[in-house]
Design a protein around this ligand. Sequence first.
Ligand SMILES: [Fe+2]
Length: 246
Amino acid sequence: MSNRKPETGGFFQRDWTWQPPAFTPAYKTSILRSPKKALMSLNNGPSEITGPVFGHSEIGELDNDLLLNFSSNGELPVGERIIVHGRVLDERGRPVPGALLEFWQANAGGRYRHKKESYIAPLDPNFGGCGRTITDENGAYSFRTVKPGPYPWPNGVNDWRPAHIHFSVFGHGFAQRLITQMYFEGDPLIWKCPIVQAIPDEDAVRQLVAPLDMANTIPMDSIAYKFDIVLRGRRSTLFENRLEGN
Ligand SMILES: [Fe+2]
């Protein structure tokens, strides 16, 4: 059941019941990462406000194609071919054009290409696991990839992350960066995950779960999932780095 506050007037007050508390001991690393002192408000300087400014010219042709952007000799990565698409919207449901989206994920076996990664699943020589794109005039984005696998992580005795894709959304400056994760409809691991369980509102979790989108699949090629990102307001996507707000 939703415990969201009603929307009133033109200003959307932050709803703290939507966000997980910073200190959630079942998610072990939150113990050391959560603030021990009251937060302070800092003014932005020119570098946070003005830079960087992204343009389409800086985005490479294959940046939004994880099937090809790391492959050698045109060989494709192993895994379920998927299209992830959606729109970036503001608190009134208006599209946000020109937002830089970055995404990163494990390969189909649940393994990241990272030197600190220790999971036994193999690397895929044709899969890098990261990409980026910029929203168009309708706030829309799309990228091709393989469906990431779930992976175990050292938290409790037997904790597994559900299949997920990490997202970063940049506005026009470094101070406007938001980070979240997308999950896949029907994954039974979602509700068992201690990170997901730190989110107090079920509706907030559901907004992170991309539904299967048969209308946008490509027959005999790729399945599609739809993930809209809402930046502010009552329907805001939950962002990991905005837990304490600012
Ligand atoms: Fe991850």
